[in-house]
Unconditional design. Sequence first.
Length: 339
Amino acid sequence: MLDKVKELIGEVNEFQATTPEAVEDFRIKYLGKKGLLNDLFAEFKNVEPALRKEFGQALNTLKNAAQDKVNTLKDNLESADEQKGFYGDLTRPSEPIELGSRHPISIVKNQIIDVFSRIGFTVSEGPEIEDDWHNFTALNLPEYHPARDMQDTFFIEKDPDILLRTHTSSVQVRYMENNEPPIRTISPGRVFRNEDISARAHCIFHQVEGLYIDTDVSFADLKQTLLYFTKEMFGKSKIRLRPSYFPFTEPSAEVDIYWGLETETDYKITKGTGWLEIMGCGMVDPNVLKNANIDPTKYSGYAFGMGIERIAMLLYQIPDIRMFYENDVRFLEQFKTVL
Ligand code: PHE
């Protein structure tokens, strides 16, 4: 009897299993209700009293060995499972991750860049804090020029004047100073004007300005480029140019697109005319070329500039410009599906 138990202890210690089923079979075989250990404990009463102590100890050793074996085998199998499952269960539904969204200003800016890059324009950027030369003087706006009042300015320092740029035309001056014609570039960026904040105006907004300089550039080139832009951007193919004034272009014009009068909103935003003003433009004034060391007898060019907010408001029917800067998630979330 005792020998049998000792033999079993050896067997238990030797036992190995690679599947949970094998471990379970082993447990049932030794520790189950009808298992070997219960049988052996039942034999206890038949053992001679003198041998009972040793037999009892051997049985306990066997029982503990079997129990330990089951526990270690189970642990080993579980940790092996965990390692195998490094990526988890791939068929499980994923954790809900909140998708971010692009800001509508970025969406529209990228669309504008896209349209112009398809006809060879590059993107140029410049500083938001500017000097007087690049924001005003080089653009044909000498000191005390009354047109400086067209763009109320935030000054950072006086004498020499350092200011927050009032338009991205300043980037175009920098670009002309550092590049030879032919020039085809658009300058998107944030601009600042000391204006009262309302639903239609803000002291911070964004612009995209374009500049094209080459030999023999004409007003017709400008018009055709703008027509291409409005077709691509808005799907509208009727524009008109109204004479206007900018110090840095001559002649200058405001560009209106024919938006139509199909819906009530169309009536509202076009004030019943069907026409919408979307940008300013003109032929670069020879003085501006001269200021940037480009020979105006050899080269000519056109420039245009538009507000990104205004275009985003049109495209997404946003009623109030302040919404762009409040970062209200209820507003921002609505642009989730737009890339
Ligand atoms: N810089 C002008 C503005 O900010 C826009 C413009 C750019 C007009 C280029 C004409 C030509 O209002």
